[in-house]
Structures are given as structure tokens and as C-alpha cells.
Design a protein around this ligand. Structure first.
Ligand code: ADP
Length: 403
């Protein structure tokens, strides 16, 4: 079985074609600047790159070019589109209606529409990718895999906000959590590596990338997570503020006369380590942790402050979540930063020695893959596991289509 995985953003589209006999990625690619001048498709097959630079005015045209690239005589990997057995789509928000991956039907579509109110940029873009596939591959089944689904096992005590209950009842304002596909993948992989039944597994999964979230996994299920109603809550991120006193938000809005949309833009795009690493009149160093680490090593105090703040917030969540899950089997780092930043993992774990949890500096000298990086006598294992959300989507797609 061959499964195409599609992840649509508002002006971008990422894809991977899987051969599910061996879960191998046959080809992957990215379309950028959809609907903007300079549209470009870049497809990677091993070390070879195939580039299409042509106007793509919407997602349907982008998907059409993806299909052309997949069957291209010289650069493609399949002879005909009929070889694609199913398409798995990443969706961001399924709210309370969606608790697991699902074949597309009316109920799923209604949930996507309903929860667009909390993911106004993402859900419509995800939907465009789906509609393009339905149009161009009418006989192929589509599956939706939601970032929020894994977290639907959270109990009310962790998902409710401390506000009037009517906001939950009337508007469904609550914590939903994101990166669920990644936290789910990490949970299953950790169980496999540790040789434990996933239903008995307690871990803290730290997905640290441009967007970052932590998940407390209890008995293999999401029990608490740091992102909230939207992906803005929780850790300090590349450009997102994470947790902040709501009164600071209303103060800034009043002081600078900002509309709700303008304030959302400040909190989503101009905050986080980018915002924190700036000084008055000079913009921040970067939202990219490699740039920040380089700048900090060259003595930039603001970059150092941003990295310290990030590490402190992650530490705070991990410690709190360990108390929530009880006997913890492992703390797992994943995502671009979690997998690759050796120094950030060290900084985050500093202080946990008091609780008998110790990182082994030599073992920690790794990037990606799947490793235990704690000392042999550490009370809780610290691990690095490379996440693979696309594979998780492909697996769910295969099992739903086969069923
Ligand atoms: P996204 O959330 O967009 O999927 P990623 O998970 O790819 O993002 O993470 C991107 C982040 O990972 C960037 O801040 C990048 O600097 C960081 N990163 C990647 N490689 C390294 C590295 N070797 N050292 C430190 N940070 C890294």
C-alpha cells in the first residue's frame, strides 16, 4: 500500500509518499509561496532535488503540481496516480468532537468547520489540501489526523481554565493541546524501546521546535499538556509568548491601542525568544535556536537571556508534570531543538540531580535517532527520540483505510 501524507499551511504544503510495506519514504517535498508570487515545489528523492517554479494560485494547483512531480518520468517515483491507495491529511483542530484519526465524513467535516474558530489560519488551509485531493483523486480515500486528538483523554481538572464555567459550556473554551501526533508517536516509540506495555507507560514528552509543547503521558494517554485553546499557551517559543498574565495582555492593548487581532499578532509573531532577545529599538536576535546559541556564544546577553528563559520554562513544566504522572519511566526530548541541541538538553536537566535524575554528558552528545542519555543510576531515564509525525499519519491512514 502507498500512502501520501499531506500537511498544508496557509501558503505552503509538505508531502511524503510512503511505501507501507516497509514504511519507507519514497519521496518527499515542499511547496512554498502558494498564492504568492514565486511559487516553488522542491521534491527530494534521496540526494536528488527536483524543482518546479511555476505560478500556483491556490492549493488545488499546488496539489496538481505535487501529483505531476510524483509521476514525472525522470524525477518521480510512481508511474501512475492510481498507485496512491490513500491520502492522510494533517489537521490542527478537531476540538472535543474528534478523539482519534478518522476517515473523512460529514461529522469530521463539521468538526473541522466548527473548530476553525480556534484555528482560523490552520483548519481552512488543511481543508484546502483535502478538497484539492478529493477533486484530483476522486476515487481515493482521505483520512484526517488531528493535532488535538491525542489530548482528548485529559481529565477536566487539567483541561479546564479557571474562568466562569459558562465559557466552557457555551463556547467550548478549554485546553485542547497540540502536537498530539508527535506526542503519540513518542509514547509508542518509548514503550517499544523500554520494553513496556504502552498502557503502563508514564513519560514526559517534550516536543521542542519552532512551536514547543510538553505532554504528561499517564498510562500511555495524554493527561496534561502545555499548549491550550490554541498553540499560544505554555512554553516560550520561537515567536510565541507562551504563558503570560492575561492582565499584561489587556494592559498592552490599552496602552498601545491595539485591536484583538493586532495583539494576537504580537503574541504569536513578535514574542517568544525572538521578542525576548531584542532591546528597545533593536529587533530580537532570531527565533532560530542555532542563531541564538551562536549569538550567546559570542557574548550576546539578550540571546543568552532568551535561551535561559526557554530552559527555565521547560524545566518548570517537566517538574510539575512529573508530580502529575507519578512513577515516571522517562523524560523524552524531541523536535528540532529537543533532538539536536545538546547544550539545551543539559541546561534543562540541570537541577534535576537533586531528585536523582542525571544526564550523562557523554551519552548526551547525540543528535536525532533514539538514545538513552541519562546515567545508569538515574532514577528516571532521559531519552532523545526523533519524532516522525508523517509516519504516524501514514500508519493511521493505512489502518483506517484497511478497516
Ligand atoms: P517546527 O516546529 O517548525 O517543526 P523544528 O522541530 O524543525 O520546527 O525545530 C526547529 C528548531 O530547531 C529551530 O529553532 C532550530 O534552530 C532548532 N535546531 C535545529 N537543529 C539544531 C541544532 N543543531 N542545534 C540547536 N538547535 C537546532
Amino acid at each position: 500500500m502507498k500512502v501520501l501524507v499531506i500537511n498544508c499551511g496557509s501558503s505552503s504544503l509538505k508531502y511524503q509518499l510512503f511505501n507501507m510495506e516497509n514504511e519507507e519514504v519514497m519521496v518527499k517535498g515542499l511547496v512554498e509561496r502558494i498564492g504568492i508570487e514565486g511559487s516553488k515545489l522542491i521534491q527530494e528523492k534521496g540526494d536528488d532535488e527536483y524543482i518546479i517554479e511555476e505560478a500556483m494560485k491556490d492549493h488545488t494547483e499546488a496539489v496538481a503540481h505535487v501529483f505531476d512531480a510524483l509521476v514525472d518520468k525522470d524525477n518521480g517515483v510512481i508511474a501512475d496516480l492510481s498507485e496512491i491507495d490513500a491520502v492522510g491529511h494533517r489537521f490542527v483542530h478537531g476540538g472535543e468532537k474528534i478523539t482519534k484519526s478518522a476517515l473523512i465524513d460529514k461529522e469530521v467535516r463539521d468538526a473541522i468547520e466548527e473548530y476553525t474558530k480556534f484555528a482560523p489560519l490552520h483548519n481552512p488551509a488543511n481543508l484546502m489540501g483535502l478538497e484539492a485531493c478529493e477533486k484530483l483523486l476522486p476515487n481515493v480515500k482521505n483520512v484526517a489526523v488531528f493535532d488535538t486528538a491525542f489530548h482528548q483523554t485529559m481529565p477536566a481538572k487539567t483541561y479546564l481554565y479557571g474562568i466562569d464555567y459558562k465559557y466552557y459550556e457555551e463556547e467550548a473554551i478549554r485546553k485542547y493541546g497540540f502536537h498530539g501526533t508527535s506526542h503519540n508517536f513518542i509514547t509508542n516509540k518509548a514503550a517499544e524501546v523500554l520494553g513496556k506495555d504502552v498502557n503502563d507507560l508514564n513519560i514526559i514528552s517534550a516536543h521542542l521546535g519552532n512551536g514547543s509543547s510538553i505532554c504528561a503521558v499517564k498510562n500511555g494517554k495524554s493527561f496534561d499538556t502545555s499548549m491550550g485553546l490554541t498553540p499560544l499557551e505554555g512554553l516560550v517559543m520561537g515567536t510565541r509568548s507562551g504563558d503570560i498574565d492575561p492582565a499584561a495582555v489587556t494592559y498592552i492593548m490599552k496602552k498601545e491601542n491595539l485591536s484583538p487581532e493586532e495583539m494576537e499578532n504580537v503574541l504569536n509573531k513578535k514574542s517568544g525568544v525572538l521578542g525576548v532577545s531584542g532591546v528597545l529599538g533593536v529587533s530580537g536576535v532570531s527565533s532560530d535556536f542555532r542563531d541564538l546559541e551562536n549569538a550567546a556564544n559570542e557574548g550576546n546577553e539578550r540571546a543568552k537571556a532568551a535561551l535561559d528563559m526557554f530552559a527555565t520554562r521547560v524545566k518548570r513544566y517537566i517538574a510539575g508534570y512529573m508530580a502529575e504522572v507519578g512513577a515516571c519511566d522517562a523524560i523524552v526530548f524531541t523536535g528540532g531543538i529537543g533532538e539536536n541541541s545538546i547544550s539545551m538538553r543539559e541546561d534543562i536537566m540541570e537541577g534535576f540531580e537533586l531528585f536523582g535524575i542525571k544526564i550523562d554528558k557523554e551519552k548526551n552528545n547525540v543528535r536525532g535517532g533514539c538514545h538513552v542519555v541519562s546515567t545508569d543510576d538515574s532514577k528516571v531515564k532521559v531519552m532523545v527520540i526523533a519524532t516522525n509525525e508523517e509516519l504516524m499519519i501514514a500508519r493511521d491512514t493505512k489502518s483506517l483505510v484497511e478497516a
